[in-house]
Design a protein around this ligand. Structure first.
Ligand code: FES
Ligand code: FES
Length: 183
C-alpha cells in the first residue's frame, strides 16, 4: 500500500504517494527528476548518492523514501543560488577537482559537511571526511585541493558551508557551522 510523504528538497516542498520499498535515491531521480544524485554501486560504498538530509550527509541509496517524510534535503541541484555557483562548485572547477564528474555531486556535499565541522581542515582531515566517497578518475589530490580552496573561499566570504536550504540537524548532532550560512 502506498504511503504519503511530504519532503522539502532544495527549498521546495513536495507531497507524493510512494511505495514503502522505494529508495530515496530513486525518489529523487525518478519522481523529482533530480538526476544529479548518482547511483554508482549497490553496496552503499561509493558515495555517489550522497545528499544532505536535515543538514547532515546521508547516502540516499541507503534510505527509503518514506524515511524522508518531513525531512529537509539538499541535492547538488540546490547548491547554486541566483545563477551563482556555490564556493564548493567554484573550487572544484578551478582546482580541477573532477574529470568524468560522476562522483562530484556526492564529493561536494560531503565536503560541505567537512567544512561545516572544520572550516580550515588539514589534508588529513579532508581525506578522512571523504572516506565514504570513491573516485575512479582523479587520484583524489585535486579533490583535496578543491575542498581546501573552498574553505578559504567560504572564510573570505564570511559564510558557513551548508546552505540554508539544507535544513538543520538535531541539536544533539553537533556541528559548528558558520556565523552565517550560504544563501
Ligand atoms: S549508490 Fe553507491 S553508496 Fe549509494
Ligand atoms: S571524477 Fe570520475 S569518478 Fe570521480
Amino acid at each position: 500500500m502506498e504511503r504519503t510523504i511530504t519532503v522539502t528538497v532544495n527549498g521546495v516542498t513536495h507531497r507524493h504517494e510512494v511505495e514503502p520499498r522505494l529508495l530515496l535515491v530513486h525518489y529523487l531521480r525518478e519522481v523529482l527528476g533530480l538526476t544529479g544524485t548518482h547511483i554508482g554501486c549497490d553496496t552503499t560504498n561509493c558515495g555517489a548518492c550522497t545528499i544532505l538530509f536535515n543538514g547532515r550527509t546521508a547516502k540516499s541509496c541507503n534510505l527509503l523514501a518514506v524515511q524522508a517524510n518531513g525531512a529537509t534535503i539538499l541535492t547538488v541541484e540546490g547548491l547554486a543560488q541566483d545563477g551563482r555557483l556555490h564556493p564548493i562548485q567554484e573550487a572544484f572547477w578551478e582546482e580541477h577537482g573532477l574529470q568524468c564528474g560522476f562522483c562530484t555531486p556526492g564529493m561536494m556535499l560531503s565536503a560541505l559537511q567537512i567544512l561545516d565541522r572544520t572550516p580550515t581542515p588539514t589534508d588529513e582531515e579532508i581525506r578522512h571526511g571523504l572516506d565514504g566517497n570513491l573516485c575512479r578518475c582523479t587520484g583524489y589530490q585535486h579533490i583535496v585541493n578543491s575542498v581546501r580552496s573552498a574553505g578559504r573561499r567560504l572564510k573570505d566570504a564570511g559564510v558557513g558551508a551548508i546552505p540554508e536550504a539544507a535544513g538543520s540537524p538535531p541539536v544533539s548532532a553537533g556541528g559548528k557551522g558558520g556565523a552565517m550560512r550560504w544563501p
